[in-house]
Design a protein around this ligand. Structure first.
Ligand code: ADP
Ligand code: MG
Length: 777
């Protein structure tokens, strides 16, 4: 023991000397100067002393004040300087992987180190940490996974949960778990960080925990609402209808003003579209796309007009444009690329900032452009609080973000661009005033802003709870309802019941809400329970290889690309991969083709030709390996096996696996004349997403479609689907009951019940029983 202590002490001294030397170097000095200018730095002593005298501390401070990058360093540095040496082991969670990576890179560079020395990170599929890592940035999901094996988080001294104001599902869940853990481990420190001043809520949750507010400083930001922007271009906006009606009807009228002095000449195309615009609906959805702004609609024209105006007339400074999602960003980028000023690389550097950008793109957004070039960053709400770009002076805010929500009654997830909260507006606006006074253009009228909610609803109140319920069970946290009743805000009882009922139907929980063997296995697999179940089926029936591809494919962004202007070509390319009414099998063939092309080093050309995302293909490849190794870990697959049981060409089996996994995601196909109508049990009539291969078919030869995901936009759309015959549904989905009439079918409450003559029913029963036994054993 004495020897170990001596070595540790020696190591601490080395670290201290290294740090001191770095801080004395010219680059180190420059960084220290920057760091000490941050508002958080001025509170360093107060923060450290609050941490040492409290078990739980809540820190709030404006975005960019230095919470994420500085606070963990304060703890680390104080230990390096202390006489006892470095004994801390800090974990700092981030809601998004991209933030975990970018922040850890930044912190390592501020310490003059390479990533993986004292500072590391761990996100799904990636990580970098070493023997000396004392500060680890990870996603909240990674910490929750770790709790599975190590429920006391042995050796961890500080847990920092960042961005708690976002109220993500994982973060809310983690807080309940940590609250119990703190009682068991009195020396463990918990620090919660928030960008907004809602500290009281969290403080009272942790029995009046201490709070520190970092005073912020931002320059004033001039705010322009839609009416101001239009006035600038010579229009006024007058209410035309009841304000209550917005969202339904056109409530604004554009009136040409007596020509006042115009700030700049706007093009007649913009003028036309401004005149024709329906201002409630500038985030108008195109018929089939889920969230896409129509590139010709007012929103895009307005943004282009404002950007152009800034480039032509305004002082230097970068521009940040908040869009609803990745597809909108892409569509806008394509549009701006055709604009003479905005596409000129000697004047404009156009960048994107979203959760799936790669690290090169990420680095670019922090860099200063050359003189005379204006940086324009098109971003999702990730740039609201997680990522701070320093030189922003102008912000454009579309007022919406894609928000996932969930209709518990019909068990239907929705993904709709919805108006953001006043809190988010304030965050977005604040981004403009970090280095000098800024300007913020809100692309909606002030009275729409007035109607925004103060804060966004937390995820736990608006998302399906199935995975959460499984996690509660696997961490042995007792009754699901009891546990959830202890959350910061508890979800509706109906939503909890639906989730439990679903888990029982798929066989993950037994009648008494205990985890079954299948349920146990599903908690180890980091994917939705139904996809995990599909994998296990694949193992048992020797068709794991294609199922791995399907499950990986469903876990990434759609690998099939559909550029707005080449929809037909892209659709045709996807159809080539499916001759058998299945989007899922299309993923398998596309991936197999890409693998072959990669062997000949022509993977990129292959993707280009077939409208596939090369990035998604690579991620599918990596996920397949990860899932396989997890299956090996839980002993379902022989650990010596290199290729996963011979690629089975048995299409019936693969379809059966899809059916078995995705049931009760089932929809009936009824042919009438030349068209067919689709119905699910909860929603009634549904439609196919235009990207589905089945949407291009005139006749589907089976009476059922099994689907992975439905989503409510205006109607309910099914995304990926696979057609399956009756016999398959009988064997792999629904329940079988005895009745008089053979083949009578009842649909209710989201499930299928088949009534059959007793003898036949008995036969099916025993087959199903055997199958369930296999899966559960
Ligand atoms: P907070 O967590 O309070 O929002 P951060 O700690 O993330 O603030 O950032 C503090 C400051 O550090 C930011 O204002 C920004 O100027 C700078 N910063 C953060 N990350 C980077 C980076 N990757 N590159 C350059 N500067 C950065
Ligand atoms: Mg932060």
């Amino acid at each position: 023991r004495g020897v170990v202590e001596k070595i540790l002490c020696q190591r601490s001294l080395e670290m201290r000397d290294q740090q001191r030397a770095w801080q004395e170097s010219p680059e180190g000095r420059r960084i220290m100067e920057f760091r000490s200018s941050l508002p958080a730095y001025k509170e360093k002593e107060a923060i450290l002393s609050a941490i040492s005298s409290n078990q739980v501390l809540i820190i709030s401070g404006e975005t960019g004040c230095g919470k994420t990058t500085q606070l963990p360093q304060f703890i680390l540095e104080s230990e390096i300087e202390s006489v006892c040496g470095v004994v801390c082991n800090i974990i700092c969670t981030q809601p998004r992987r991209i933030a975990a990576i970018s922040v850890s890179e930044r912190v390592a560079s501020e310490r003059g180190e390479k990533l993986g020395e004292t500072v590391g990170y761990k996100v799904r599929l990636e990580g970098m940490r070493g023997r000396d890592t004392h500060l680890l940035f990870c996603t909240t999901g990674i910490l929750l996974r770790r709790l599975l094996d190590d429920r006391n988080l042995k050796g961890v001294t500080h847990i920092i949960v960042d961005e708690i104001h976002e109220r993500g599902m994982n973060e809310d869940f983690l807080l309940v778990v940590l609250k119990d853990l703190l009682a068991r481990r009195s020396e463990l420190k918990l620090i919660l960080m928030s960008a907004t001043l809602d500290a009281e809520l969290f403080s009272s949750y942790f029995n009046g925990a201490a709070t520190i507010k970092i005073p912020g400083f931002t320059y004033p930001v001039r705010t322009h609402f839609l009416e101001d922007i239009l006035e600038m271009s010579g229009y006024i906006l007058t209410p035309d209808n009841q304000i209550d009606d917005y969202g339904q009807e056109r409530i604004w009228k554009m009136n040409k003003q007596a020509p006042r002095k115009r700030k700049s000449q706007i093009s007649s195309a913009v003028e036309d579209s401004l005149r024709a615009a329906d201002f409630n609906d500038y985030s108008l959805q195109t018929r089939e796309s889920l969230s896409c702004w129509n590139p010709d609609c007012i929103g895009f024209n307005l943004i282009q007009y404002i950007l152009c105006n800034i480039c032509e007339h305004e002082r230097p400074g970068a521009v940040l444009v908040f869009m609803t999602g990745w597809d909108d960003i892409n569509a806008l980028k394509e549009k701006l690329h055709t604009h003479p000023v905005l596409s000129d690389p000697s004047r404009v550097l156009l960048l994107m900032c979203h959760s799936s950008m790669d690290s090169l793109e990420q680095r670019l957004i922090f860099e200063e452009p050359e003189d005379g070039v204006r940086k324009i960053v098109l971003a999702t709400n990730i740039a609201e609080t997680s990522i701070t770009i320093n030189d922003i002076v102008f912000v454009l805010d579309c007022g919406k973000a894609k928000e996932s929500s969930y209709d518990a009654l019909n068990n239907t997830p929705c993904l709709l661009p919805t108006w953001i909260s006043k809190g988010s507006v304030q965050q977005r606006r604040g981004r403009a005033g970090r280095v000098q006074p800024g300007e913020c253009y809100h692309l909606y009228p002030r009275c729409v802003y007035d109607s925004f909610a103060e804060h966004q609803l937390p995820e736990i109140l608006r998302m399906p709870l199935q995975s959460l319920c499984l996690q509660i069970k696997s961490l042995k946290l007792g009754s699901i309802s009891e546990f959830l009743s202890r959350a910061l805000q508890s979800p509706e009882i109906l939503a909890v019941q639906k989730a439990i009922e679903y888990l029982k139907t798929i066989g993950a929980l037994d009648e008494n809400e205990n985890l079954t063997i299948l349920g146990h296995n599903l908690t180890v697999l980091p994917m939705e329970p139904k996809l995990g179940k599909m994998l296990i089926f694949g193992v048992i029936f020797n068709c794991l290889d294609p199922i791995l591809t399907i499950v990986a494919g469903l876990s990434v962004r759609d690998p099939f690309l559909t550029p707005l202007d080449k929809k037909d070509l892209a659709g045709a390319a996807k159809s080539q991969f499916s001759s058998d009414y299945s989007d899922h099998l299309a993923i398998v063939r596309a991936y197999e083709g890409w693998k072959d092309a990669e062997k000949d080093l022509v993977g990129h050309e292959y993707c280009w030709k077939n409208f596939l995302s090369a990035n998604s293909m690579r991620v599918i490849d990596a996920l397949r390996m990860e899932f396989l190794s997890l299956l090996k870990d839980i002993g379902l697959v022989d650990s010596n096996m290199t290729s996963c049981n011979a690629w089975s060409y048995d299409m019936y089996l693969i379809r059966a696996a899809i059916c078995y996994g995705l049931y009760p995601g089932i929809c009936s196909v009824v042919h009438k004349d030349k068209s067919c109508s689709l119905k699910t049990m909860e929603d009634g009539k549904v439609l196919l997403h235009s990207n589905s291969v089945n949407a291009r078919e005139t006749k589907i030869p089976y009476s059922w479609l099994i689907f992975n995901e439905k989503i409510k936009v205006n109607s309910v759309f099914l995304r990926d689907s696979t057609a399956v015959p009756d016999s398959m549904v009988l064997l792999f989905g629904g329940s079988i009951s005895k009745g008089d009439v053979d083949g009578h079918l009842k649909m209710s409450g989201g499930y299928l019940e088949f009534f059959m003559k007793p003898a036949v029913a008995d036969m099916y029963h025993s087959m199903r029983k055997e199958l369930d036994n296999l899966i559960q054993s």
